[in-house]
Design a protein around this ligand. Structure first.
Ligand code: PGA
Length: 242
């Protein structure tokens, strides 16, 4: 399996800025063969990015979706719409959605179920806050997120991509050390009999990518801030094996 490098643009880049960014990225890294690159722009840029990457090896992902397929859910987006725009992936349960938008494990569970049903690959985010880590509760919190998030779909975990994103490392410049990330990845993996894929996320940048990817537990990364800088994201995509 190729390492997975996913870029989460968050609420950045309108459609015309997105075109500029993706074009630059295609010039710099469009030729990469042994990495799977997933680009997750905002909803309003999906069509533009989809069109520009359709003949490349880059794949398209969305940052969220609703759990229903359609109906009276003003302001929400159906996973089916995402598929029709060319998305193959969707980020589910990102910590900004959990902590800022009040998304619960139960909502996340419904979204994961729907994504499986309609054939979108979820990038399912889990991770502890700084306080929870300081209190020694990291494993308890992760276990709870896994248990509730995966209710009734435990047998399908091999179809989901997990992303361990410690909340204290997201957008803060504080990265988990490769060893800290690796320990949690091992703990997550231990919970399942099936083989699962686990990415690391949280302040990944050009300077720490090589050492993170040197850990065999880390099968890829979910990158926020640095995915908006084409040169830096290219260096991340083209990380060097140590
Ligand atoms: P960051 O974000 O790389 O800016 O820390 C990661 C994420 O939120 O997925």
């Amino acid at each position: 399996m190729n390492p997975i490098i996913a870029g989460n643009w968050k609420m950045n880049k309108d459609p015309s800025e997105s075109r500029v960014l993706i074009q630059r990225l295609l010039e710099l890294a469009g030729d990469v063969r042994d990495r799977d690159v997933i680009i997750c722009p905002p909803f309003t840029s999906l069509a533009a990015v989809s069109e520009l990457i359709k003949n490349s090896r880059f794949k398209l992902g969305a940052q969220n979706m609703h759990w229903e397929r359609n109906g009276a859910f003003t302001g929400e987006i159906s996973g089916l719409f995402l598929k029709s725009l060319g998305c193959e992936y969707v980020i589910i349960g990102h910590s900004e959605r959990r902590h800022i938008m009040g998304e619960t494990d139960e909502m996340i569970n419904k979204k994961l179920k729907t994504a499986l049903e309609i054939g979108l690959i979820s990038i399912f985010c889990i991770g502890e806050t700084e306080k929870e880590r300081e209190e020694g509760r990291t494993e308890e919190v992760i276990l709870n997120q896994l248990k509730k998030g995966l209710r009734d779909i435990e047998s399908e975990v091999h179809k989901i991509i997990f992303a361990y994103e410690p909340v204290w490392a997201i957008g803060t410049g504080k990265t988990a050390t490769p060893r800290q990330a690796s320990e949690v990845h091992k703990f997550i993996r231990k919970q399942f009999s099936k083989k699962i894929t686990i990415l690391y996320g949280g302040s990944v940048n050009a300077g720490n990518i090589d050492s993170l990817m040197a850990e065999k537990e880390i099968e890829g990364v979910l990158v926020g801030g640095a995915s908006l800088k084409p040169e830096e994201f290219t260096r991340i995509i083209k990380f060097q094996q140590m």
